[in-house]
Write a protein that binds this ligand. Structure first.
Ligand SMILES: [Zn+2]
Ligand SMILES: [Zn+2]
Length: 178
């Protein structure tokens, strides 16, 4: 995990490029296990980091290929992702927190830093999380699974729908007869 101390940032700013293997990130991902995904490629990041008073400005980019699970057919698929971001991080002070400034854990992580250190790996990972669709689709036209027989309808149609139509139709016919 890449960590940068505030006093390692020169006045003119710093440009960094780094790459992390999926295995190096797995520990961090486990702590955020609500999201069902894996890295298929290393996470490549670059960032321009500048100090402004007590705060830090980061302009960066992340790139990776993820493995997501389709929310319709439940198949795993590759999802190339590239995203640029602009962040302002403020030092988190131990005291002086009023109710007004109380924020959710997520916001704390993305907008503050503690102990004069920037956890650049975490920041990069968070940018990736932000880009993951809530309902990932293997393809826009994914037909999903049949709710009745569970067949992958993108591969081949099942006859559940037909049967349903037929029974509906025969009911109609019966109704007409009476
Ligand atoms: Zn799908
Ligand atoms: Zn079916």
């Amino acid at each position: 995990m890449l960590t940068l101390k505030l006093d390692e940032i020169p006045d003119e700013g710093l440009e960094l490029k780094w790459k992390e293997e999926p295995t190096a990130l797995s520990g961090y991902l486990e702590s955020l296990s609500e999201i069902d995904f894996e890295f298929e490629s290393p996470l490549q990041s670059e960032a321009k980091i500048r100090r402004v008073g007590q705060s830090v400005l980061i302009k960066g980019e992340v790139q990776a290929v993820l493995q997501l699970r389709c929310s319709r057919c439940l198949k795993e698929f590759s999802y190339p992702l590239a995203s640029s971001f602009d962040l302002t991080l403020h030092p988190l002070k131990g005291t002086g927190f009023t109710e007004e400034t109380e924020l959710s854990a997520n916001e704390l992580e993305s907008n503050f830093f503690e102990g004069g250190e920037l956890h650049l790996s975490e920041i990069a990972c968070e940018q990736v999380f932000l880009e993951i669709p809530i309902q990932p689709l293997c393809q826009e036209a994914c037909k999903g699974l049949c709710p009745n027989c569970g067949k992958d309808l993108s591969l081949s149609a099942c006859d559940c729908m037909e049967k349903e139509l037929e029974t509906g139709f025969s009911v109609l016919q019966k109704l007409k007869l009476h």
